[in-house]
Design a protein around this ligand. Structure first.
Ligand code: ATP
Length: 224
């Protein structure tokens, strides 16, 4: 589904280019539940942003479903981002002034749905993720784990090709982290949702079916 070929990226600091991704090759297949691990500063978030069409300043080739992404315009990339990838963040990133239902329906409204069409779909998904009674609440009225469930609902509401999650359990206690990882696992196993996540936490990795390690801009896959 995703194929990265010899991806290189550098940042400029004090008139010097610092390489951050060094010839990264990676294939992600439909239904993968992939963890990216590695020390702070090794390039994990940089790689994730590139996979999620946030960044187009890199060298090498990126194929999505055999289509080359590398030379797309900003406009085309933001379309891809809206339609084909769902994002989940450490700090949930829900809009504080909108209810949970409104947060989750936003990607559908961007996609041209009307309110009447979205309600049933949003309510069903909230129910499935165990927060069916929270649709009318504001994010701050929910626990961290419940907010992350809402963020996962927002990420998958328009059936993206894959989910990208940057330290999705980083702000949660151990029990809640396990609950959230079970949500991801269920989505992966029962609905075939492809998930790519960055984590520092070895316990989180146990839920995944592949793990790759970043070290100083290079990627290694460990057999499991
Ligand atoms: N916008 C930027 N401009 C310049 N340097 C950057 C920029 N973003 C990241 N870097 C540098 O690139 C390197 C990799 O950063 P990145 O955030 O990808 O690492 P990471 O593995 O995700 O780290 P962490 O686990 O701490 O989040 C770091 O040395 C960082 O300082």
């Amino acid at each position: 589904m995703i194929k990265l070929e010899k991806i290189r990226k550098a940042y400029k600091a004090d008139n010097e280019w610092i390489p951050v991704l060094k010839n990264i090759d990676l294939e992600v297949h439909k239904g993968d539940f992939l963890a990216i691990m590695g020390p702070s500063g090794s390039g994990k978030s940089t790689l994730l942003n590139l996979i999620g069409f946030v960044d187009r300043k890199y060298l090498g080739n990126y194929y999505l479903e055999n289509e080359i992404i590398t030379s797309k315009s900003d406009n085309d990339l933001s379309k891809l981002r809206n339609q084909r990838v769902g994002f989940v963040f450490q700090q949930f990133n829900l809009i504080e002034t909108l209810t949970i239902r409104e947060n989750v329906e936003l990607p559908l409204l961007y996609d041209g749905w009307n309110y009447r069409q979205t309600k049933k779909r949003v309510d069903e998904l909230l129910e499935k993720l165990g927060i069916g009674d929270k649709g009318n609440k504001l994010p701050k009225q929910l626990s961290g784990g419940q907010q992350q469930r809402a963020a996962i609902a927002r990420a998958i509401i328009n059936n993206p090709d894959f989910i990208i999650a940057d330290e999705p359990t980083g702000a949660l206690d151990t029990k809640t982290s396990n609950d959230i990882m079970n949500v991801f696992k269920q989505l992966n196993q029962e609905e075939g949702v492809t998930i790519i996540l960055v984590t520092h936490d070895p316990e989180t990795v146990q839920f995944c079916n592949r793990v790759v390690h970043m070290h100083d801009g290079k990627l290694n896959e460990k057999a499991r």
